[in-house]
Design a protein around this ligand. Structure first.
Ligand SMILES: Nc1nc2c(ncn2[C@@H]2O[C@H](COP(=O)(O)OP(=O)(O)OP(=O)(O)O)[C@@H](O)[C@H]2O)c(=O)[nH]1
Ligand SMILES: [Mg+2]
Length: 454
């Protein structure tokens, strides 16, 4: 723990020239280390106070600065901390840091401020991770989730689960206590009900990852279809700009084109692909394979076709070729050109079809709505807890496996000690999410993702 006793120092604003830069110190000696080179006496000042003065070196002013003092435990790290706001010249930043190191601080490692906050119980792991997400959030939706998590969203949910599992464990223990005697054991139906409740929450958290991941990383959305279907026109319509080249010549798009569009706070990464089928058989096959490869990288895909030229039979064949376990939206294009009769033909198709005119910009908004539906966007407005972090998702998956075992154990009537073991295992996996259970490897991995100064 000697590491914790050191006073650490780092630049907490981005490297480079700026109007103002902030240098942060944290640790037992933080205030005295700054005090040594500050023009005013701050060794006994209260926390949450701000002091204007100069940082001095050999009695010469390096810079006029604002010093904010935080007293343990009322700081981000839970330790005594100081933030020095100086002018953002590289020279000044480096000089002040050098002075602080000379005065006894040491350079902070990546994520060390947050690590201390975690060890001092200021934040649990999910909240620490939410800080990274918050800093990196670029859309309204990802910001919303990060804030919710920073305030303890998933931790609260897990605390409730933990309570339920404790109840379960105590019922089992009761059973173990009485195992020598010929008495009625803990009520099985009660146990089954409890475990089903726990599983319900875990499964809904697992499901929320689809949306969480989409919001955090963007939703890869491939646009596939035959040459001339209007894929590039659709991309342009979605983006509201002439991004991709459009022409009546089949095979206009040769490479894939990728563009991001934010729909209601969610980033969709559209990939316009080359046409699905071309003249010769071998090329045709390559086309399908290429499209499949794109679809496999996607969370959802749009299959677009030209109602004028595609028969129901062709449509069926294409869809059969592309049948992959990924949500798809079938879109009939060029509705401005076709008669109601043709439309009717497709309306009776066994999968739902959206009718648009990419060129005339008709019903594009409906397509956008459908895209949002495929990622369960309504969950976001319902203010439910949404899992965005792969590490949490993996842990929940493991916990769910353990719960499954408990469930099966209850059904097959295995003994209480085995049930207790599985439930403990489930609690362990959930505990890794908040950090109640942690290993050096796990912590190392998480904090390595931070930059120095956080
Ligand atoms: N009337 C009408 N024409 C359209 C519509 N959408 C696209 N087109 C036309 O169809 C032709 C092909 O459009 P593209 O967007 O290049 O088709 P694509 O699917 O990207 O074709 P490839 O890149 O060759 O695979 C162009 O002449 C477009 O103007 C539409 O909704 N209505
Ligand atoms: Mg194209």
């Amino acid at each position: 723990m000697s590491e914790i006793l050191d006073t650490i120092c780092a630049l907490s604003t981005p490297h480079g020239v700026s109007a103002i830069a902030v240098i942060r110190l944290s640790g037992n000696e933080a205030i005295s280390i700054v005090n040594k080179s500050f023009s005013k006496e701050i060794s006994t000042v209260k926390g949450y106070t701000v002091h204007y003065g100069s940082i001095l070196k050999n009695n010469e002013t390096i810079d006029d600065v604002i010093v904010t003092v935080f007293r343990n435990p009322h700081s981000f790290t839970g330790e005594d901390s100081v933030e020095i706001a100086c002018h953002g010249s590289l020279y000044i930043q480096q000089e002040i840091i050098k002075i602080m190191l000379d005065n006894g601080a040491r350079m902070a490692l990546a994520g060390e401020f947050s690590k201390r906050a975690f060890f001092n119980g200021k934040l649990d792991l999910t909240q620490t991770e939410a800080i990274i997400d918050l800093i990196h959030s670029e859309s309204e939706a990802s910001h919303k989730i990060a804030i919710q998590q920073m305030k303890g969203g998933i931790s609260n949910e897990l605390a409730e689960l933990r309570q339920k599992m404790m109840n379960f464990a105590s019922l089992i223990e009761l059973e173990l206590d009485f195992s020598e005697e010929d008495v009625e054991f803990a009520d099985r139906t009660e146990l089954i009900k409890l475990i089903a409740e726990v599983q319900l929450v875990v499964i809904s958290l697992l499901k929320s990852f689809k949306l969480g991941n989409a919001i955090k990383n963007g939703v890869n959305t491939a646009i596939v279809g035959r040459p001339n279907a209007g894929k590039s026109t659709l991309l342009n319509a979605l983006l509201k700009e002439e991004r991709a080249i459009v022409s009546e010549i089949a095979g206009t798009t040769r490479d894939t084109i990728e563009e991001i569009l934010t729909i209601q706070g969610v980033d969709f990464r559209f990939v316009d692909t080359a046409g699905l089928r071309e003249t010769s058989d071998t090329i045709e096959k390559i086309g399908v394979e290429r499209a499949l490869a794109q679809i496999e990288k996607s969370a959802v895909y749009i299959y677009l076709f030209d109602m004028n030229t595609l028969s129901i039979q062709d449509l069926k064949e294409d869809l059969a070729d592309l049948s992959i376990e990924i949500p798809r939206i079938i879109v009939a294009n060029k509705s401005d050109l076709v008669s109601d009769q043709i439309k009717l033909k497709f309306k009776n198709f066994d999968e739902q079809i959206i009718f648009i005119s990419a060129k005339e910009n008709e019903r594009i908004a409906i397509l956008e709505e459908r895209l949002l539906e495929t990622i369960d966007i309504k969950e976001l407005s319902a203010q439910k807890t949404i899992v965005t972090n792969l590490r949490h998702y993996e842990a929940l998956k493991k916990a769910n496996g353990d719960l499954q075992k408990v469930q099966e154990g209850l059904e097959t009537g295995i003994t209480g000690d085995f049930l207790a073991m599985d439930i403990r295992q489930a609690m362990y996996h959930l505990g890794t999410i908040t950090g109640e259970v942690s290993t050096d490897d796990l912590l190392g991995n998480i904090f390595a993702n931070f930059c120095i100064g956080k």
